[in-house]
Design a protein around this ligand. Structure first.
Ligand code: F6R
Length: 606
């Protein structure tokens, strides 16, 4: 079994019971998976409650808050193989129920370990790889090792990826932890310490964090933190994050997705704060490279496609966008003269990390664009540009898409300046104009929301929709289509508008929604004939455009956005109505946009 999961652990002298803290942490980690949950606390002995289902459902049945104990671990799971069942839910225990463990990742050699342990008389209850960790710890404790040594030996036998938190009755004040390739951060509070897959899980308790690195393991109690790597003690690198707990909460919005759509002006403002030196370093790297390759998955790939179109129009170089999971087919093109721009909101997407690992072996330079400080991708890259969009909890990416696109634009502008394609004056003018972007986006969100809500009601029963555009607007159309698919479960297809006549138009019948991303650029006239083709077949024409467009009179509905001061505004303002349209279509269909079926926020499997 392999999982994308969230874990949280806490040891506290400050609280009567840690179970409520663990439960609150789980609710903020549900974006990592939500098909089963479990908590283990240690009081006089280990107590475990776990079951299949979302946190709220399991909590109603098992009243997770009621567990006693000042120390505990918890888990929320997302299975990719095998059924989510109570037995397979974490925490997992050893034979004597003296050890409990939660884990995110894949233990690749679990079958060998399991076979060995069965030969030693261990009995397994679940089909998971994780359970071997609890039994292996028990095995080493049985052999007379102290808890730390038993944990070290346990971890040294594991192959694969893991973020682990482990409780043992043999050492009731401590939580043991280890990390390799799956994210794990430690929170350092007053009289309470935490470990979690992500910072928002304990952000209401502390802002002081230690981002663990691969190969680190250790333990913490309510007042002590010990970390080591390769047997040598490591001094904790404590940093203070500036996210407020409110930023990680819904802040009065019915869903994280809507909150995050509305947070875009603030997120863009933060992205704009990036230090010019960081952009300059990357720009010089790009200009010194023969080839530039963009790689990413999903929404981040759409942002990369925008970057690809932008750089292709400006630079005379070999430039290629590659979906990360397809990397093996492109490796031969990548060498020491290539810079790879790897884009990932989480910085933990396994497909992206594998791509990066593969091209590093070919001596390519890696630039990361990510939202998560200290993420695996950031650590692999020689240069990292942080979007600073704040935590994104909704499974559907929104504010991180616009942050990524803005970052591409900033990078493009600086690169053009260094290449001598624009003067210093032009450079300053366009940079200054971007400062106005957040307030313009804020206005766009507020003005398009009522229309998006109305149109969503009209299209909510549609089975399918087209998103059409030309040239560099195509990535925005693709992103709009992905949003509708993933949260409203309506089939949506994006393609270059001129392709309709080559097949797709056969699907169009009365009321079939056709959404055009058609700002007033050089393609406006050519889009007109595509609009007319669709309208003649009864298609419901929904337009994203700008004032005085010749297309408006042919459309059933138009989102008329401000004529932009700079072309760099366009992809960012054009996606807003499409994000809102998907959101309201999902809610009009009675769906929860924050938890789309079959999806997890961070995909740490390939
Ligand atoms: C869609 C969505 C996904 C992610 C993709 C990559 O709304 O969120 O398509 O964009 O899984 O994730 P990151 O950017 O974390 O690498």
């Amino acid at each position: 079994m392999i999982y994308v999961c969230g874990i949280i652990a806490c040891s506290s002298q400050r609280h009567q019971r840690v179970a409520p803290i663990l439960k609150a942490g789980l609710s903020r980690l549900e974006y990592r998976g939500y098909d089963s949950v479990g908590i283990a606390t240690l009081d006089a002995s280990l107590i475990i409650k776990k079951d299949a289902g979302k946190l709220d459902e399991v909590d109603k049945k098992l009243v997770l808050d009621s567990l006693p104990g000042k120390i505990g671990i918890a888990h929320t799971r997302w299975a990719t193989h095998g059924p989510p069942t109570s037995i397979n839910a974490h925490p997992h225990v050893d034979c004597k129920e003296g050890v409990a463990v939660v884990h995110n990742g894949i233990i690749e050699n679990y079958i060998e370990i399991k076979t060995f342990l069965i030969s030693k008389g261990h009995a397994f209850k679940s089909d998971t790889d994780t359970e071997v960790i609890a039994h292996l710890m028990e095995h080493h404790l049985n052999e007379g090792e102290n808890s730390l040594e038993a944990f070290r030996k346990t971890i040294s036998s594991l192959k694969g990826t893991y973020a682990i938190a482990l409780l043992t009755a043999s050492d009731p004040q401590r939580i043991y932890f280890a990390k390799k390739s799956s994210p794990l951060v430690i929170g350092v509070g007053e009289g309470a310490l935490f470990a979690a897959s992500d910072i928002p899980a304990f952000l209401d308790q502390t802002k002081k964090v230690v981002v663990l690195r691969d190969g680190e393991l250790g333990y913490f109690s309510s007042s002590e933190l010990y970390i080591e790597k390769d047997g040598v003690q490591v001094k904790p690198r404590i940093t203070t994050v500036n996210w407020t707990p409110e930023m990680a909460q819904k802040g009065g919005f019915p869903h994280f997705m809507l909150k995050e759509i509305y947070e875009q002006p603030l997120a863009l403002e933060n992205t704009l704060k990036i230090r010019e030196e960081s952009l300059e370093k990357v720009a010089r790297l790009l200009l010194s490279s023969e080839k530039i390759v963009f790689t990413a998955c999903g929404t981040s790939f759409h942002a990369s496609l925008w970057g690809y179109h932008e750089f292709l129009r400006k630079l005379d170089k070999f430039i290629l966008p590659v979906i990360s999971s397809e990397y093996s087919h492109y490796l031969h093109l990548i060498d020491e003269n290539t810079t790879v721009i790897a884009v990932s909101q989480s910085g933990e997407t396994m497909d992206v990390l594998k791509f990066v690992a593969g091209v590093k072996k070919r001596d390519a330079k890696i630039v990361a664009i990510t939202n998560v400080v200290g993420s695996s991708l950031a650590r692999e890259a020689s240069e990292t540009l942080y979007m600073q969009a704040g935590p994104e909890i909704g499974v559907a990416a929104t504010k991180t898409f616009t942050g990524q696109v803005l970052m591409m634009n900033l990078l493009s502008i600086v690169t053009q300046y260094f290449e001598g394609l624009i003067t210093h004056q032009e450079y300053q003018k366009v940079m200054r104009s971007l400062a106005e972007l957040p307030s313009i986006i804020s206005r766009v969100i507020r003005t398009v929301e009522p229309r998006a809500r109305r149109i969503a009601n009209e299209i909510k029963r549609s089975k399918s929709a087209f998103y059409l555009a030309r040239g560099h607007n195509i990535p925005v159309a693709m992103e709009g289509a992905l949003k509708l698919k993933e949260i409203a479960y309506i089939h949506a297809e994006a393609y270059p508008a001129g392709e309709s006549k080559h097949g797709p138009i056969a699907l169009v019948e009365p009321d079939f929604p056709v959404i055009f991303v058609a700002p007033r650029d050089e393609d406006e006239r050519r889009i007109l004939s595509n609009v007319q083709e669709m309208k003649a077949r009864g298609g419901k024409i929904i337009l994203v455009t700008e004032p005085n467009s010749i297309l408006i009179e042919h459309a059933h509905h138009s989102f008329v956005l401000p004529y932009p001061r700079s072309i760099y505004y366009r992809p960012i303002q054009n996606i807003i109505p499409l994000q809102l349209l998907s959101y309201f279509t999902a809610t009009a269909r009675g769906l929860d946009p924050d938890k789309p079926r079959n999806l997890a926020k961070t995909v740490t499997v390939d």
